[in-house]
Each structure stands twice: as C-alpha cells, then as structure tokens.
Design a protein. Sequence first.
Length: 123
Amino acid sequence: MKLTIIGMDIAKQVFQLHALDPQSGQVERFKLKRAQVLEFFAKRAPSIVVMEACGSAHDWARRLQALGHEAKLISARSVRPFVLRNKTDAADARAICTAAQQPEARFVAVKSEAQQTVLAIHR
C-alpha cells in the first residue's frame, strides 16, 4: 500500500499543504494556521510529509514522526525547477510534492535536537 504524499510549505503563520493520493490520483489542498498543523496530522492516516530543508523543518519533522508520519526533507534546489508560475506558498507546496516523487530526488536526513545544537555552536 502506497502512502499519501503531502508537500508542506512552512511559513510564519500559514502553512500550505498539497496532498496526492498515489492510488487514486486525488489531489487535496489545505491552508492551515500554525496552531492547526499538529491537530490536522494527528487525525490523518500515516502519510509521507515532505518539506524543504531548513532549521525549523527539522523540528516539524520530529513532531510529525512522533505522530506516526514519515517526514522527509528535500533540498530547496531540488524543488525550484518544479515551481511552474508565480512563487506562492501554494505553488511551493505543489512543487515540493512533485519533486519528492522524482526518482533522482535527494533527501536530507532529519537532525535530532542535539545535532542541531552542535551545528549552531559550530557556527
């Protein structure tokens, strides 16, 4: 059974999600406030959630993994070619979802809180 792939664009207040069910091809789009994100994923069946790699993405990935989802982080360079028109949060979420499905997609390992702390100290 293939899991639903959800591209999630992280922002300060409003997160855009683009979900694709690989079995039916059904596409869903969601616009969630920051406070609604964990509640949304707690009620949802396990999925593959893909985000652009950044400092806060690692934190969100750890939270989503705790809820039973598979969280993946993808490089922003891999996503950029799939943004079709104007760069909006919804277009970014769609591009993240599309880039994650490519066979040559490269993902970034989710760092633990301790690993992120050490990296911050080195900087």
